[in-house]
Write a protein that binds this ligand. Structure first.
Ligand code: 13P
Length: 255
């Protein structure tokens, strides 16, 4: 199994000044004792140039929070995957539940975006997750498999190139984290789906997201099928984010 991947999703937060301070503290904190995980930060599009300028050549990668399903053209307000590539993005978060909920994104649109990202050389971080109503109705597995399957079918032989983030909607920004067992159960389902899709599925990383913080990260990250975290609120606080990174077991110890 590969190194853990810790991704900060800053959502619609930050400013030039705040970002600069946060990045400086993170870089200083990481230099102390090396980095046990791959780490990246996903910012709003206007700040990608800043991340490129400040993070190039460091241990921190960066990415965006969305991209267009179109290649280029008359799509006012949209940002093409190739544009993200121009700003050095390694990752793009796609199909986040906030985009599904507030911007009407459906499985097909997310799948088209994933195709665009891969064509531009950017790794899509495909978010899947059930609502509380889904979970209570026993539909968790059905929902996450449906969401992932749309992407797998669209990207075909590139399925092993995606990162998947399991983010139960009821755990996002609520302080209510999935238990390690609940998360592991869903991650195992997603793992078998990825295995069935590609002979190279050992490359896929499956992240957990939803109220992950310094206090619960170690236990979540020690689950066999949890390959990292997608962190919202806690990624805006340097000390919290650094301790989540520090709680990753070193790659050699990951089975
Ligand atoms: P929180 O960590 O704030 O719950 O957000 C999780 C998330 O949505 C990451 O994409």
């Amino acid at each position: 199994m590969t190194k853990k991947l810790i991704v900060g999703n800053w959502k619609m937060n930050g400013s030039l000044a705040v970002n600069a301070g946060l990045l400086q503290t993170l870089l200083a904190g990481l230099n102390d004792d090396g980095v046990a995980a791959d780490v990246a930060l996903c910012a709003s599009a206007p700040y990608l140039a800043q991340l490129q300028a400040l993070l190039q050549g460091t241990a921190l990668g960066w990415g965006a929070q969305d991209c267009s399903a179109h290649e280029s053209g008359a799509y006012t307000g949209e940002v093409a995957a190739a544009m993200l590539r121009d700003f050095g993005c390694r990752y793009v978060i796609l199909g986040h539940s906030e985009r599904r909920q507030y911007h009407g994104e459906n499985d097909d649109l997310v799948a088209q975006k994933a195709q665009r990202a891969l064509a531009a050389g950017i790794t899509p971080i495909v978010c899947v997750g059930e609502t509380l109503a889904d979970r209570e109705a026993g539909r968790t597995e059905f929902v996450v498999k449906r969401q992932l399957s749309a992407v797998i079918h669209a990207v075909g032989h590139c399925a092993s190139e995606i990162v998947v983030a399991y983010e139960p909607v009821w755990a996002i920004g609520t302080g209510r984290t999935a238990t390690p067992e609940q998360a592991q159960t869903v991650h195992a389902v997603l793992r078998s789906q990825l295995k069935a899709a590609s002979a190279h599925s050992s490359r896929n990383r499956i992240l957990y997201g939803g109220s992950m913080n310094a206090g619960n990260a170690a236990e979540l990250l020690s689950q066999p099928d949890i390959d990292g975290g997608l962190i919202g609120g806690a990624s805006l606080k340097a000390d919290e984010f650094l301790s989540i990174i520090a709680s990753c077991p070193p790659a050699a110890a990951v089975i």
